[in-house]
Each structure stands twice: as structure tokens, then as C-alpha cells.
Design a protein around this ligand. Structure first.
Ligand SMILES: NC(=O)c1ccc[n+]([C@@H]2O[C@H](COP(=O)([O-])OP(=O)(O)OC[C@H]3O[C@@H](n4cnc5c(N)ncnc54)[C@H](O)[C@@H]3O)[C@@H](O)[C@H]2O)c1
Length: 334
């Protein structure tokens, strides 16, 4: 199936189809220089399959892991583009998870003030969430995604076959973002996730349909799009404090738990447990709190945080530092 992100002259197709990586040459404009960014942990065959369909490809393989999502790596990618004589007519393509997508997208946004970017996500997290919507960026001094740009892809190819090589833990972290979409915006999808028999294509379609509708209404996150930050206020703090020991989606799972009303939490925790996601953590709360204060979602007056009291009805509320600290102090208690 194909969804279309309607954003005027920045509109694009999101193809969700088994085997579509092999058809990239028919679905994307690859008759030009294409810089394919991937990482060491992504099976190399995926980038090679794409390269085989490009007129003039170069593959850049960066180290796997969130530590690679830096300005230094963006500089390295831009240097390759410069040395290979890339022009504004050429493009960058990401083949990998959300880390590679955010990094490659930002390099494409920055090089020559913006060249075309294709996203071919290969983790469940990047397929259900990060590959669409145009948020690109890198981390700086331990602060997540603090340097970045809005740069919409020209096309997104989602091939669920690539999920076959994912570890169960990586699969589970992707489900956390799908739960996030459902809890904030679609009670029926949340119920289907609770039933536990939804084929992955339907998880993808459900989650991407929600995200697409939100991005179409609020591309630059002035209001509604903040809903997609559900679980991320505490989650980003946990991610910094965990120093690489927890995946992004696992941190989002932990971050959602304290932001729910009691009844929702009573349904969320068993769902997360069944999906293999953490629902409690014993990281130092002071370290989490320090990281949370540097987050983009905080300001001098407090946090713009997302809460869910009823499935499908997330809402954004301004909370003071004291209120947020109290939520963190009470988080994950039995
Ligand atoms: N831009 C957005 O809107 C947005 C939204 C959510 C998350 N993110 C970002 O996404 C990142 C997390 O993404 P992620 O969870 O995909 O992590 P990731 O990109 O680091 O990938 C996780 C691991 O999976 C490996 N991998 C990728 N594809 C594979 C495959 N098919 N088979 C086997 N291994 C594979 C990678 O090598 C890596 O080791 C974070 O940087 C987060 O900030 C961005």
C-alpha cells in the first residue's frame, strides 16, 4: 500500500510493501549520484541491493549506535559528498534505523543548503515512526537531537522483509512507538495492539496513518505534533542517564508509564510487558532529572508534556519544574 504525505510542494509517497527495496529503482529517482548511508549493524545486503539499482552510487557505512549521531559524522558525510562532486540534483539515501535516518537526513538538509533525501528504514522503530515527518538531526554533548533541521524526504520505502534480521529486542522497541501513536490518537488501534494478533503491516499502516495526519496539520510542531512526544520527556532523560544501555523505544516505554492516568497505566503495563518492553527502571533519578532539564521540551517556565487519561486522547499540558520532578519521583512505583 502507499500513503501520501500531503505537504504541498514537499509532498511524498510512503510505500509499505514487502520486497519494495528490490524495486527501489522503479519507485525512486536513482538516475543520479546517490550517497547511501548505512551503519555497521545493518545487514550490508540492504545497502548493496539499493546501490545495484542506482546509476552512480557511493555507500558510506558509519559505526552503529547513538554515539555516531554527531556533527562529526555529518561532517564526514558532507566531505564524501564534496569529494565526489555531488550537486543539488543528486541525493542522499538512508538505509538503516532511526539513527541513520536522522543523521543522513540532516546531512542532506545541510549540504548545499538542502539536497534530496530518500529514507529506506530497516528497523521497526524507523518504519513505524522516524522515517516520515522530516525531523532530522544529531545529538550534542549528551543532549538528544539538539542540532537539526526539518527536511522532508522525497520518498520513503518501507520493506517489512528487512525486519526479518532484527533481534527480538529491537523489534520490541519499535512496538513502543506504535503503542505511543495508538495511546495518544487511536483507541481502536490500542485495543488491537492489546489483543496481540495484529500483522506488522497493519501496525505500520495504523501508526503511519496517525503520524501522517498529525504532520500534515502541524509540520513544524507548533501544537498538535507535540503529541508525538508522548513518553519522550522522561524517556529522553532516561536515555541520557542509561548511556547506551537502553534503546530509544525502551526509554519511550519507560517514559510513557508515569504520564498516564491510573486506568490507562493498568492497561499499558501488561501490554508493554507482553511486548518485552521495560516498565520500571532503577537508574539514578537525579541523573535522569539533570538530562530532562536540557531537553528541547523544557523552557524557563517548565515542560510542555503529553499526558493520556483515556486511550486515543493524548493532550499537551504545561507543567512546572516542581510538578515534573514530582512525576519523576513517583515513576515506576508498584
Ligand atoms: N526523526 C524522528 O522523527 C525520530 C523519531 C523517533 C526516533 N528517532 C531516532 O531514531 C533513533 C532510534 O532508531 P532505531 O531504534 O531504529 O535505532 P538504530 O538506528 O540505532 O538501530 C538500532 C540497531 O539496529 C541495527 N539494525 C538496523 N536495521 C537492522 C536490520 N534490518 N536487521 C538487523 N539490525 C538492524 C542497527 O545497526 C543498530 O545497531 C534515535 O536516534 C532516535 O532519536 C527519530
Amino acid at each position: 500500500m502507499t500513503l501520501r504525505m500531503e505537504l504541498g510542494d514537499r509532498s511524498y509517497d510512503i510505500v509499505i510493501q514487502r520486497g519494495c527495496l528490490q524495486k527501489a529503482g522503479q519507485l525512486l529517482d536513482l538516475h543520479r549520484k546517490v550517497c547511501i548511508i548505512t551503519d555497521e549493524g545493518v545487514p550490508a545486503q540492504y545497502a548493496k541491493t539499493l546501490a545495484a539499482q542506482c546509476k552512480d552510487p557511493v555507500i558510506v557505512t558509519v559505526d552503529a549506535g547513538e554515539e555516531t549521531k554527531t556533527m562529526d559524522t555529518v561532517t564526514k558525510i558532507c566531505r564524501v559528498l564534496l569529494e565526489r562532486g555531488f550537486s543539488r540534483k543528486d541525493c542522499v539515501a538512508a538505509v538503516g534505523g532511526g539513527m541513520v535516518g536522522d543523521l543522513a537526513g540532516f546531512a542532506a538538509a545541510a549540504f548545499m543548503r538542502g539536497i534530496d533525501f530518500y529514507n529506506l528504514p530497516t528497523t521497526l522503530l524507523s518504519q513505524v515512526d522516524s522515517s516520515i515527518g522530516g525531523k532530522t538531526g544529531v545529538n550534542l554533548d549528551g543532549v538528544k537531537n539538539i542540532v537539526g533541521a526539518f527536511h522532508q524526504p522525497k520518498g520513503v520505502l518501507i520493506d517489512p522483509d528487512t525486519l526479518g534480521t532484527l533481534s527480538p529486542r529491537l523489534y520490541a522497541e519499535g512496538m513502543a512507538e506504535a503503542v505511543k501513536m495508538a495511546l495518544t490518537s487511536d483507541a481502536a488501534l490500542f485495543e488491537k495492539l492489546e489483543r496481540g494478533d495484529l500483522p506488522v503491516e497493519q501496525v505500520l499502516e495504523g501508526a503511519l496513518t496517525i503520524k501522517k495526519a498529525i504532520v500534515e496539520q502541524d509540520e513544524r510542531e507548533s501544537g498538535l505534533r507535540k503529541l508525538l512526544n508522548f513518553g519522550h520527556t522522561v524517556g529522553h532523560g532516561v536515555e541520557s542517564a542509561a548511556r547506551g544501555s537502553l534503546y530509544h523505544g525502551e526509554c519511550v516505554a519507560l517514559g510513557m508509564v508515569p504520564m498516564c492516568g491510573r486506568e490507562v497505566r493498568a492497561r499499558l503495563i501488561p501490554l508493554l510487558e507482553r511486548l518485552g518492553l521495560p516498565t520500571a527502571c532503577d537508574l539514578d533519578k537525579e541523573a535522569i532529572w539533570q538530562a530532562m532539564q536540557h531537553d528541547k521540551k523544557s523552557s524557563s517556565s517548565g515542560f510542555s508534556a503529553v499526558f493520556v487519561e483515556k486511550p486515543g486522547q493524548g493532550f499537551v499540558k504545561q507543567v512546572s519544574f516542581a510538578e515534573m520532578k514530582a512525576i519523576l519521583e513517583g515513576a515506576w512505583q508498584a
